[in-house]
Design a protein around this ligand. Sequence first.
Ligand code: GLP
Length: 270
Amino acid sequence: MKIIIRKDYQQLSQWTADYIAERINNFKPTKEKPFVLGLPTGSSPLGTYKALIKLNKERAVNFENVITFNMDEYVGLDKDHEQSYHYFMWENFFNHIDIPAENVNILNGMASDLDKECADYEAKMKELGGIELFLGGIGPDGHIAFNEPGSSLASRTRIKTLNFNTIKANARFFDNDIHLVPRMALTVGVGTVMDSREVVVIINGFHKARALRQVVEEGVNHMWTVSMLQMHRHAVIVCDDEATMELKAETVKYFKEIEQIIDNEFPDLD
Ligand code: GLP
């Protein structure tokens, strides 16, 4: 697992956007061989989306042959609802880049058969050869997508009941009224994320420091579902200084030195 530590949110976002753009460009996607990208919602990826929009406008990357799959969606919110993840994604990303609408996949939380909706989503990913890179964020309790603490680490796309902490955390988007927050969501599973050829997770802010410690310094644990990244062959965590506050100084030094070695800037040996 690679840990990239940046000074602040702005630098973390730029690094992540540059990395995704580089991966897409190196892949040289075509209509026949599209780049399949998994995406999250939330405040964590907002800076990355802004930076990717800028790169797209500068023609440093294009999304014509990129197919996206979002991680999750609330059950019962129409796609025009301002708090739906559909609305979020179009408002904050897709409306500003050159991606064809038919290349965007987001679970439909209004589907009449939710189980079928989830099974079809998994089937479509498979049909396209799987996800090349899954970008993710986490909740303060270390959940990835809506895989709440205690979720099976082998889970696939399914309906999930949200826990009280997540409902409280998301109430800020629903006039701070917990009663307005949907109680259920459709979400890709931990297993779905693990099948992706690469996973990049953004972890920023003091409030995620405990989760970062769990995933980096503790073992794999279903109570911190993102810790499953330890079992992934190509996992990258991009964090800011604030999120590292609960890590041992030794851990931070270790990962910073690895980055220097990769960049050919050898640490001072004195
Ligand atoms: C929700 C989403 C997650 C997201 C998390 C954190 O629970 N289902 O996918 O990672 O919120 O959101 P934020 O980035 O705003 O902290």
